[in-house]
Every structure is written in C-alpha cells, then in structure tokens.
Design a protein. Structure first.
Length: 720
C-alpha cells in the first residue's frame, strides 16, 4: 500500500484550482457534461459508406473522407421524428421507428413506417395499433412485429397484415416478446426470429397465468383516487412463467411446438437459427442456473438433440456469455464460456465437439465486435481485458487462435463498429482523463481516416470548471486481495490538512465501476463534492467484474458478506491516510450499491459517520432469476437470504442514514424501503428518508434529478 500512498501524495501536488463552481443544475438540468457519440450507426453493404442519425436526418458518410455526402432521409420533411431505423437487407427500403414509448427498462411500443427509395414512398407499417420490435425478414419481403402479446407479420408487397398468434392476453399469455423477469435479467424483449430462408418464424410463448401479481399504486399527480398497475413479478422461490418455443411456417400456416423434455421449470436464455433453415438452436438453462444445454431442433423431424452441456458449481450468467454464432460454413459455431476460469471464445463442431480455442489466457474477452467469414479461416474482432482489467483493448485473431493482432493504440476503454467488408472500422475510445473520441480507421495498417467526434466542447467545459483528475489505484480487500479503486481529490488540496471522504460503490456481481474510462453524471456530482472539500473514492470489491471467474463468483451463496467487509476494510485503510479525517467517512450507492452501503453501515458502524442508500433491496423480495442465480432459492439456502439481509442487521445502524426510493419502481419495489423503514423504527433508529411519487428505479426526470442530488449534497454537508 505504500506505493499507492506515494502515488496519491504525488498527484495531490498536481491538482489545480477550480475556475468555476459546479452546480447540480449544470450537471442534471442543463446537461453541460453530456458526452457526444454516434446514434444509430449502420454500415452499408458495399463497405464504402455508413449512415448515422443526426438531428432527425439519416446521413450517409463516405469512408474515404469520413464526411457526409448525402441526406438519405429528412425526418422533418416526412413529418416524422425518427427514433431509429434499419435498412432491408437489399437496401431498397428503410424501416423507420417513431414515437417510441417505454414500458419497462428495455421494452417499448412504437409506430413504424416503411420508406421505399423507389418512388420515395412512405407507408405506415400497420394502422391497427402500436407495434413492438419490428424486424425485417432476410428476403426483404416481410416485417414481423408484436402487438398486445401477439405475433404478426406484414407482407411488404401489398402491406397486408397477418396474425400468427391469437391467444395473447395481458397477465396470461405472451407471444413473441418476454415477461418482466426475462426482460430485466436476460435482456430479452424481442422474442421472435426469422429463419434464414424467411419461411419460418421461431418465437417464445410465455404462460404467466400462475405467476403471482404485484400491484403498484400511482397517484398520477393529484388524481382523486390512485391508479392500480398490476403485473406479473416472480419473487425468489416463487413460480416462474412456463416458457415454450414454437415455430410457425408461413407457407402452410402451421405451428410446431418444440419439445425440450418434461422439466418445464427452466429458462431459455437464447434461441437462433443455424445456417440450415430447418435447424433451430436453443439454449436451455436449469432453474438453479448452473447447467446450460444447447439443443438442435429439426423442423423436418420435429425432434431436439442435446449437442452440448456446460456445467458449473456456481452459476452460468447467461447474458454475460451470450455470444453465439453459427458460421456460414455450416459446420461450426462460436460460443463464449467461462469454463476455464475466464471468459473466452470457443469453436465447436455442429455435433458439439470442441474444435478450437479462439482465445485463451488470464484475461476476459469482453465483447465480440465482428466475425469476418470471407476466408476459410474466419477472423474474430473483439475487445478484452488483456494487459489491464481497467482497460478494454481491440484485437483480432483467427478462429484457430492464431495471428493475434492488437488494433487499438490508445489506453482506456475501446470498442469498435466494423464495416461489412472489414476494410474499415469506427473506433470509440475514452479514458479517465478524456471523453469519448470517435474515429474512422482502416483495418489494414490501422490508419486514421478522420476523427469524427472528439467532444471538444465537453473538454472546454471541463477546463472551465477545472475538474480534478480521476486517480486510479489499488486497495486491499478484507482478505488482502487487491481491489481496483479510483480517487477524486478536492481542488486546491493541501496534503497537510485532513478531509472528509465519501465512498461510492455499486458492488453488484460481475459489474465493474472502476475503469480507465470517462464517467457520467454520477462522476460529475463527485467532482462537485470535491469542489466542496470532499475526497470521493470508488471501489470495486470482491465479486465484481473485470477479473477472473473465481474473483467474481467467490461471493456465491453468501451475497453481501464480502462486499460489505471489503468496503469497511477499505474505509479503515483510507482513514489511516494522513490527509483523510477518519471521523468523517461516508458511503453511498444505488440499487445493489444501496444494499451494500446500508449493509456496510451495519457491518462497520464504528467506521462510517454517514451513508446514503438509493433504492436498496432485500433478496427475498427480488426476482427469481437474479436472486436465485447467486443464492439459489430460499428453500435451498434460507440462511444466505437472511444472514446478510439489511433487515436482520438493522439494529446495528449507528450512522446518519438517508434512505431514498421511488414509489413507482417496477424493479426494486417500494415494499423494500417500507420494510426496512419499519424495522429501523422497531429498532429505535433515527434516520432520514424520502420517496419520489410515481417514479421508477432510475428516478427519471431533470427536476427529479436536481431535487435528488441537491438533497444528497445537503445531507452530506450537514452530516459528513
């Protein structure tokens, strides 16, 4: 730890005076620190052009110059506000998404239009009500979509609408989209898939009839009576939806039901068509989420074959290892897995046998960017943590694991978007000291064509406000393992003085907050606190992401224990630094971070003077997939649910405490806050609390955000 202390003391001397004072309004209302990037980027088939949505216009860019050469669509001229768009595979038409309205975190409804370049014709996709997840078929002839829990498609030749399912019913049957818990935890909303020859639609069917209902009351800003909003929410240990996969044949209007065995208490985290239009691939995950099977279902023979099984003693995070691609050669598929201790890419034969390890080593592949299959030996483009868990670098390697080449040249977090011919890519780079930089690059030679966006205006704003440096360092966990951390120091910091310190953490399993990246408005609020004389430290405890599977999964079955212990241990160490006032250390977090900030206050009451928890949760009140992935079911591990519950330990709270929640939270229900408040009252604990009427888990709205962060600032100024 001496090395880190020396580094921190050195950087203190480099801090500069703030030229202008930050305000909550500047951050959350005026959006002065909004990062500029590219919206709705699409590469054209020939690889010579790409398109982007800017100021309600779809612009086409020439890769040789990086400059726009034409306006493909002007939304204003069409009297539309374009939210998103997609080309048909032959680029003869555009599918335009407008008037998007959110339902939950990822789900939405919208109005869609078809724009034909020939004749410059604009047609509404359907006049019969709003649609969701409209998707063009590979043969350019049809568009599938979901409405009112049923699956439809439109034939573009005559714009005729055809209904695939008719049993969809709110709170009962869902076709072609997902229930609440699949959306939240498996990140699936669109749940239908065109076959390669466009003759079939494979889709999910959810029967949530027996799933228990949750009711949220909305006060609707002064309505005479509150409005009840009821939806199906399976809590830990309770019954899930029964999910089946069906295949609809457009030619003969028939439907097959895929038989995956007698056990129905399962999850299906992913399905996709292989290159054979008669073979559908399906991933099946057991209820405890520690065994994943891949099935190949033949629509000809109406039978499923289990070709591969992955097992673990802990859990398989289906959304973390969701890269899964069937190669054009029809003989292999690519998948990601943590089976060897880190996330890597593997190439399997169609019978499931392992053929190649495309990547290997003591690092994680983060994301598959593209797969170039033009040669006999396909090439993967991916980002990984190789070199540093704080960075993400861009690499290429062939699918046999040979010829690895690093493409990114700058430190920080890098990602990319490859052209269809793989001759160019758009690079996205950011670091702790620099906001997003978007550049057009050549793949061969890795040469810069043009800097597309450099966030120069944001950099000027940052300079005006004289923000302090985000210092990356390491700190010891309770078991002496090294944890990633960052520090933001007060402007004009004097190392001979002592300052109050606030820890920020999320601490959620597999999540990583501490990276060499530019951060959002949370971080700007931390800069505001630094201007007011606070040190802010972010810490990724044991159980978080970016490191090995062992590091991430060591919290299994005892969630909360190590996370809280690490935050307490870190606070104790930070309190020994000569410039930290150990009597004025606080902690805050949101969601899982709210849970851990509360548990840390209860675990180390002698360490923390104050803490803030936004939307903390209780394991037993949270959903099946999340809670059971890490703790199993309550009936399997009741002690794991109870021992590190913020309810059981509420009597240990001695710090000043601010509890915040939205009453309209569909994710972590207001019930969690009410239950905690009741226990704190029963334990005779004084605390502050605030609820935001009708607001969700993110506490959305500029006025809400200004109120929230002003309140939290004032709380810290008074109590820390």
């Amino acid at each position: 730890m001496k090395l880190n202390l020396s580094l921190l003391l050195l950087l203190i001397s480099l801090a500069t005076s703030a030229q202008k004072k930050l305000t909550v309004s500047a951050i959350y209302e005026k959006d002065l620190f909004q990062e500029e990037t590219m919206k709705s980027l699409n590469w054209m088939n020939d690889g010579q052009y790409y398109t982007a949505l800017e100021e309600n216009k779809i612009l086409r860019y020439d890769v040789t110059t990086g400059l726009p050469d034409s306006v493909i669509i002007d939304g204003k001229a069409l009297n539309l506000k374009i939210d998103d768009y997609n080309f048909t595979p032959d680029e003869s038409k555009l599918l335009l998404q407008t008037d998007k309205q959110k339902i939950y975190r990822r789900s939405f409804t919208a109005e869609y239009y078809i724009y034909s370049f020939k004749g410059e014709e604009l047609k509404k996709l359907s006049p019969n009500g709003r649609q969701s997840y409209a998707t063009i078929s590979p043969d350019n002839k049809n568009v599938g979509f979901v409405r009112d829990n049923n699956l439809f498609f439109v034939k573009l030749a005559n714009m005729s609408e055809h209904q695939v399912t008719k049993d969809g019913k709110k709170g009962s049957i869902i076709n072609g989209s997902t229930d609440w818990v699949y959306e939240e935890e498996l990140y699936i909303t669109k749940a239908f898939f065109w076959s390669p020859n466009s003759e079939k639609l494979a889709y999910y069917r959810f029967d949530e009839t027996d799933v228990k209902e949750y009711n949220i009351q909305f006060w609707d800003n002064g309505a005479l009576y509150p409005r009840d909003y009821k939806y199906k929410y399976p809590k830990a240990g309770e019954k899930n939806s029964t999910v089946t996969i069906k295949v609809y044949n457009l030619k003969d209007n028939t439907t097959q039901v895929v038989d995956l065995g007698k056990e129905t208490d399962i999850y299906i985290p992913n399905i996709q068509w292989t290159k054979d239009p008669d073979i559908l691939a399906i991933k099946r995950l057991n209820r405890l989420q520690n065994q994943q099977d891949i099935f190949h279902y033949s629509t000809k023979f109406k039978s499923a074959t289990n070709i591969l099984t992955d097992k673990t003693k802990t859990y398989i995070h289906a959304t973390y290892t969701n890269e899964w691609i069937y190669l054009d050669n029809g003989t292999h598929f690519l998948m990601s897995s943590e089976r060897e201790g880190y996330k890597h890419f593997y190439i399997h034969r169609m019978d499931g046998q392992l053929e190649y390890k495309a990547t290997s080593g003591a690092f994680n592949v983060e994301k598959l960017i593209a797969l170039d299959q033009r040669s006999k030996t396909p090439v993967l483009y991916y980002t990984s943590t190789e070199g540093s868990s704080l960075d993400r670098q861009l690499y290429q390697v062939d699918y046999k694991g040979k010829g690895k080449l690093k493409l990114s040249t700058q430190s920080g977090v890098n990602t990319a978007d490859m052209s269809r011919d793989f001759k160019y890519y758009i690079s996205f780079n950011e670091s702790a000291s620099s906001p997003m930089k978007v550049s057009l690059m050549t793949t061969r030679g890795n040469k810069l064509v043009k800097v597309i966006k450099d966030n120069a205006k944001l950099k000027e704003t940052v300079a005006v406000y004289g923000l302090t440096e985000k210092i990356l360092f390491e700190i010891e966990a309770a078991d002496k393992k090294l944890l990633n951390a960052y520090m933001v120091q007060p402007t004009d910091m004097d190392s001979t003085k002592k300052y109050p310190l606030l820890i920020y953490q999320y601490s959620g399993p597999g999540k990583q907050d501490v990276k060499n990246e530019w951060q959002g408005r949370h971080f700007m609020w931390h800069q505001l606190l630094a201007q007011k004389g606070y040190i802010v430290v972010g810490i990724d405890c044991r159980g978080t992401g970016g490191k090995s599977e062992e590091f991430k999964k060591m919290t299994y079955l005892k969630m909360g224990k190590m996370e809280a212990e690490d935050q307490v241990a870190a606070a104790k160490y930070l309190g020994t630094l000569p410039f930290v006032d150990k009597s004025r250390i606080g902690i805050w977090g949101w969601s899982y971070g709210g849970y851990i900030s509360t548990l840390a206050l209860e675990t180390g009451p002698e360490v923390f003077k104050a803490g803030i928890a936004v939307s903390p949760f209780l394991w037993k009140y949270y959903d099946t997939i999340f809670s059971e992935r890490y703790l199993r079911r309550p009936q399997d591990n009741l002690e794991g649910y109870n021992e590190y519950s913020i309810i059981r330990n509420a009597g240990k709270l001695r710090s000043e405490y601010l509890l915040i929640h939205g009453t309209g939270d569909d994710n972590v229900h207001f019930q969690n806050a009410v239950t905690l408040q009741n226990e704190l009252i029963n334990q005779g604990k004084q605390f502050d609390s605030f609820y935001y009427p009708d607001n969700n888990h993110s506490l959305v709205g500029k006025k809400t955000k200004v109120h929230l962060y002003t309140m939290m600032t004032n709380f810290l100024l008074e109590h820390l």
